[in-house]
Design a binder for this molecule. Structure first.
Ligand code: ADP
Ligand code: MG
Length: 479
């Protein structure tokens, strides 16, 4: 690519809490519209906001985890604008004094460590949502007042992959810190993406275009690449002045960005301090307490898995992508499963299965305890690894304990003398094949293995079988 891309992100993440950020309505996901609504969420006259302490605490927790500076006082601002999903006519947010400023975290992308600079992180309320029908629109207030943490990065990414790596890392950090489920399918994470391009030698950034409300990481990736291409083409054609400071949106259907509004007619939000919420002091003691609750973060966890258990970079990265994967893995380790084996099962069979069937690992039938029944059976040579996979699938499908399938009937045959007996009789009646083998048709080796498997209904231990067959054939060659 001819031009250098410059990307900055605004990431919104819904926080986990029992009630909303300024009202006592439940903060939860529902498919029933207007199920969790209190008068404040609909802006009834006379209602007043009450700050949810847990949300402030979680916002501060993230601020600390991201290396930001916390303010001495906490207060909110009003951002004034009207839209049908915002009945008050303003959003309570933090403009002048966010919970965190000037942070930095490292992320990893394509084997490189990249520093990401955080401009600020602030606590605000989500708006309601609109459901559009053929000739009417309905307002669903379930989301009105859901606690939202907005994180604004500096323009420090140079590709779509870096931006997505950051979002993925952030999602696990939210989950690790237990402040959000970070579920993109439930719309808990949404992004505004800012993209500009410049020549390598340019001293100043190009004109940035903002793409609003992209709600999946795949969408972020595609929107960035589309926008880089669009701007690069205009620039190559000598039409760079057509790239204006504007707000666009990502259209999934056409896989393009579409103009929404120009920054020239940007809304003047007329911010002022929210008068209904008193300013209050954040004490050093409280910050210390919160700091103690910050756990090991995803990248530290990844490096621990690589160094302590010898996992590959790839496997460790897969496991730390989601807190539920880490919890599963840690449980396997606590059950004394072999670290590498557990990682193999998790990253291949298990994630393959849950992704394919869109299940959540938290309520997956094959718990670490059940997986342990399978790995123990392999270790005790009761089943082969091929059988183990079959038992895994059957157990998941029939929702039965794996050990029910590990019976003496399907147990692997390891007994050498018994296998020896079987192989001896096969050799006895295979004079023709032995002769051909001796004459160089060495791929007949598989024929002998096949015969043993046929005789034992696939239960012969393949390693032992191959050893014995090799011995027999070597002797025949010597004759
Ligand atoms: P706005 O209110 O217009 O969204 P903000 O200051 O809140 O403005 O957001 C600015 C966002 O745009 C930040 O994420 C920042 O990193 C990004 N940004 C600023 N300049 C550029 C640029 N030239 N190219 C790409 N992104 C940029
Ligand atoms: Mg913005």
């Amino acid at each position: 690519m001819k031009y250098k891309a410059v990307i900055g992100l605004e990431m919104h993440c819904e926080l986990k809490s029992n009630s909303k950020v300024f009202s006592s309505a439940k903060n939860g996901y529902s498919t029933i519209p207007n199920e969790f609504v209190r008068p404040l969420d609909m802006a009834f006259p006379g209602t007043l906001p009450v700050v949810n302490k847990k949300c402030v605490k979680d916002a501060l927790k993230m601020s600390i985890a991201l290396g930001c500076t916390q303010p001495e006082y906490m207060y909110f601002d009003r951002k004034n604008y009207y839209y049908p999903d915002l009945p008050k006519g303003y959003q309570i947010t933090q403009m002048a004094c966010p919970v965190g400023v000037n942070g930095k975290i490292d992320i990893e992308c394509d084997g490189k460590t990249i520093p990401v600079y955080i401009h600020d992180i602030h606590l605000e309320e989500d708006a309601a949502s609109l459901d559009h029908y053929f000739n009417t629109s309905c307002i669903d207030y379930n989301r009105s007042g859901v606690p939202l943490l907005e994180l604004v990065t500096e323009p420090c990414f140079s590709s779509a992959s870096e931006a997505v790596a950051f979002l993925e890392t952030m999602r696990s950090i939210y989950q690790f810190c237990d402040v959000s489920e970070g579920d993109t399918k439930k719309g808990q994470i949404r992004c505004d993406v800012n993209v500009s391009i410049m020549e390598e030698t340019d001293q100043e950034y190009g004109t940035r275009v903002e793409i609003k409300n992209v709600n999946s990481f795949g969408g972020v990736y595609d929107a960035i690449n589309y926008e880089i291409k669009r701007q690069s083409e205009l620039k190559s054609l000598g039409r760079y002045e057509e790239v204006e400071q504007e707000t666009r949106r990502w259209d999934e259907e056409s896989q393009t960005t579409i103009h929404m509004r120009s920054k020239v007619d940007a809304i003047d939000y007329k911010y002022f301090v929210e008068p209904n919420i008193p300013k209050y002091k954040i004490t050093k003691e409280w910050l210390e307490e919160i700091k103690k609750e910050i756990p090991e973060l995803p990248l530290e966890c990844k490096h621990k898995y690589m160094e302590k258990y010898g996992l590959s970079d790839y496997d460790a990265s897969v496991i730390i992508k989601d807190k539920s994967y880490v919890d599963y893995y840690e449980k396997c380790l606590s059950l004394n499963m072999d670290a590498k084996q557990a990682s193999n099962w998790l990253t291949t069979q298990i994630l393959g299965k849950i992704n394919h069937e869109e299940l959540s690992l938290n309520d997956f039938f094959l718990t670490p305890e059940r997986l342990k029944q399978i790995t123990d059976a392999i270790e005790n040579k009761l089943i082969s690894s091929k059988q183990a996979k079959e038992i895994f699938m059957k157990s998941c499908e029939e929702k039965k304990e794996p050990k029910e399938y590990i019976t003496s009937e399907n147990a692997q045959m390891n007994d050498e003398s018994k296998l020896n007996e079987i192989i001896a009789s096969i050799m006895e009646r295979s004079a023709v094949q032995i002769e051909q083998y001796k004459n160089g048709k060495t791929n007949l080796f598989d024929y002998f293995v096949g015969q043993v498997m046929k005789e034992t209904k696939g239960k012969a231990n393949p390693v032992v079988t191959k050893e014995i067959i090799t011995q027999y054939l070597n002797e025949e060659i010597k004759k």
